[in-house]
Design a protein around this ligand. Structure first.
Ligand SMILES: [Zn+2]
Length: 447
């Protein structure tokens, strides 16, 4: 799991570096319309633009970028087909992917457009990606970051707390871009984006679908970080507005001739979606990981890798119920967010295990995980990671003998595995238990 941009952003937020802009709130952000003509930079803004410019290199150097040539090329091609002609020398459109399971996309005022792996993995088709990119390029084209900066500037200058990290005053364009703009500017980018989609030959009805997809909240934690792509009430409103807009846009056109491209898109994002399941689990979003893994298995149940990831994600659920009660209240969601900040992953797991039903949830998740690993092995009997997963699931279920057999198969196939010491330790525990003659009561020692 690479150090993701959102992990860094969360760390910066915890350190209070984002406090100022967040605290000024939407009311203080730029109101009204973007400016789609040339906008000359004022003295200080040229410096800020230079900082924004440097992010391109910095993100790459820090390993935040997801680099898979075929996918990068596709994102660039689709983005370029939607971007308006630049009006200023400082705008040059280029499209990149950030390896970050959080659902987001943003555009910097110099034309860098970023879409997160977590968003790519969730979309259904190319038209939806076009909707996201068409929205983002209009933030740049309308000079939204520059206008927003001018509107909040005085407050930032007087209130900014400069922290030890680079996210300081000079990163204001980045902050504004990532967190989203006023409702007005967001609506404007939606409206112009949807129009642009049609001109480029995409079905504009897919824009509303994007907002619907983003409203799904498997962790029941939203708003965790409120961005233009994650804010719930705003998303509902955007579905309505986008839907109201489409009949007009479709007038005189044959909707069947507009492009959606579902199958090709899902093939294209196969690898990034698989990586995102692991990244979600590593970021402690196991419910999102399970939801995505299930979708991937549904798309192609004959792919042993998808079965493996589903097994891993189910095992990661621990004592959490796999299906959370629908429609958690905002208060419950906030409580979830707080618990995440207050307790470690292990502490929260202990609390869940002690709660009513905790042990039953754990048993059900381990059984479901073992079943997924077995399906993976039925498809590919020599799949070492599936042996590993099955071994660990069986061990947690107290089935020592069979667990030991699976873990040995794994180590035989992967003698150089990174987790070899951990697996050897588990095998030692299993051996001791079996020697004591109680193969049905074995639990691994604490990790
Ligand atoms: Zn936006």
């Amino acid at each position: 799991m690479p150090c993701t941009w959102s992990a860094l952003r969360r760390a910066a937020a915890a350190a209070g570096l984002f406090a100022v802009v967040v605290a000024t709130g939407p009311a203080a952000r730029a109101e009204g319309q973007g400016d789609y003509g040339p906008v000359e930079l004022r003295e200080r803004e040229a410096g800020l633009m230079k900082t924004a410019n440097e992010y391109e290199e910095l993100f790459l150097r820090r390993g935040f970028r997801y680099t898979e040539p075929e996918l990068e090329e596709a994102v660039s091609r689709i983005g370029a087909s939607l971007a308006p002609a630049p009006t200023d020398a400082y705008i040059r459109y280029r499209f990149h992917i950030l390896r970050d399971p959080e659902v987001n996309a943003f555009a910097l005022p110099d034309g860098q457009v970023y879409v997160n792996t977590g968003l790519l993995a969730l979309l259904d088709n190319e038209a939806q990606l076009a909707a996201v990119l068409a929205h983002e390029v209009h933030h740049t084209a309308g000079h939204h970051a520059i206008l927003a900066y001018r509107s909040v500037r005085r407050k930032i200058v007087t209130g900014m707390v400069l922290g030890p990290f680079t996210l300081g005053l000079s990163d204001i364009f980045l902050e504004l871009s990532v967190l989203g703009y006023s409702r007005d500017l967001e609506s404007e980018a939606d409206l112009r984006g949807e129009r642009r989609m049609v001109e480029a030959g995409y079905d504009p009805r897919e824009m509303a679908r994007v907002f619907e997809i983003l409203q799904e909240d498997p962790e029941e934690e939203r708003p965790k970080t409120s961005t233009a792509w994650s804010d719930h009430p705003a998303l509902e409103e955007r579905v309505t507005v986008a839907n109201e807009l489409t009949p007009g846009l479709l007038t005189g056109r044959d909707p069947a001739a507009l492009r959606v491209e579902a199958a090709g898109y899902r093939r294209l994002v196969r690898r990034v979606a698989l990586a995102t399941v692991g990244d979600l689990a590593a970021s402690d979003y196991p419910l999102s990981a399970v939801a995505l893994a299930k979708r991937l298995v549904k798309e192609d149940a004959s792919d042993p890798m998808r079965q493996l990831l589903l097994g891993d994600a189910l095992r990661d659920l621990g004592a959490r119920p796999e299906t959370v009660p629908a429609a958690a209240t905002n208060r419950a969601k906030k409580k979830n967010v707080k618990a995440r900040a207050r307790m470690t992953r292990e502490e929260r797991e202990q609390e869940r295990l002690a709660a009513p039903g905790g042990k039953e949830h754990l048993a059900a998740n381990l059984a479901a995980a073992a079943a997924a690993y077995r399906r993976a092995l039925a498809l590919d009997a020599d799949f070492p990671e599936a042996h590993r997963g099955l071994g660990l699931a069986l061990l947690d279920r107290g089935e020592a003998l069979e667990a030991g057999r699976e873990l040995v198969l794994y180590l035989k196939a992967r003698p150089q595995a990174d987790d070899r010491p951990l697996i050897l330790d588990r095998l030692k525990t299993i051996n001791e238990t079996i020697r004591k003659g109680d193969p049905h009561d074995v639990r691994p020692s604490a990790p």
